[in-house]
Design a binder for this molecule. Structure first.
Ligand code: DAT
Length: 173
């Protein structure tokens, strides 16, 4: 039984990819649904137009014993007690287009694009000294099916190839 987080800035393609992974016999849950289930939702945040989630309380309460192979989808999922972490990355220019299509405010687009530029998810992984196996994937020019194949191979192969720091550096491009 493995619990795997799929994380990364909003818009990088997490939900698109987990849809295909559900065909590969993983149960898919989102951090949002877990927060609802465990009563770890906070107030509605007008600035981000989304519900706040008390991720640290959720991490304390999240019961994984009864779960089978599970993928947890969400940009905070790496902060839960998971066995492995997949970080999706996306070129900030494309990410900006995707978030604009979602109808996000300028402020929310900028905040997310900057988070991606500085590899914010990686900063949190380093800050919290997370030591699970990590796979970092660039989704920019990759079909979801291709990414799924890489992911299932990585999992079935016992997470053999691992990253300890951001290999993708948008600031260097
Ligand atoms: P996330 O769940 O990370 O917020 P998403 O899965 O909702 O992101 O994807 C955001 C948008 O990008 C959505 O319109 C689908 C598109 N997209 C995602 N992954 C893609 C990929 N690998 N190739 C092309 N388009 C993709």
């Amino acid at each position: 039984m493995s619990i795997i987080a799929i994380t990364g800035t909003p818009g990088v393609g997490k939900t698109t990819i987990v849809k295909s992974l559900s065909d590969a016999n993983f149960t898919i849950i989102s951090v949002k649904d877990l927060a609802k289930q465990y009563g770890c939702e906070g107030d509605f945040d007008e600035a981000t137009q989304s519900m706040d989630i008390d991720i640290h309380r959720l991490a304390e309460q999240f019961e994984t014993d009864a779960l089978g192979d599970t993928i947890v989808d969400g940009h905070l999922s790496h902060l839960l007690d998971v066995d492995a972490i997949i970080i999706l990355r996306c070129n900030p220019t494309l990410l900006k287009e995707r978030l604009a299509k979602r109808g996000y405010s300028e402020q929310k687009i900028t905040a997310n694009v900057e988070w991606e530029m500085i590899a914010g998810t990686w900063s949190e992984i380093i800050e919290f000294e997370l030591d699970q196996p990590i796979l970092e994937l660039d989704t920019t020019n990759c079909e979801p099916e291709e990414l799924c194949e890489v992911i299932t191979h990585w999992i079935n192969d016992g997470y053999s190839q691992q990253s300890t720091h951001a290999r993708i550096d948008w600031l260097a491009e």
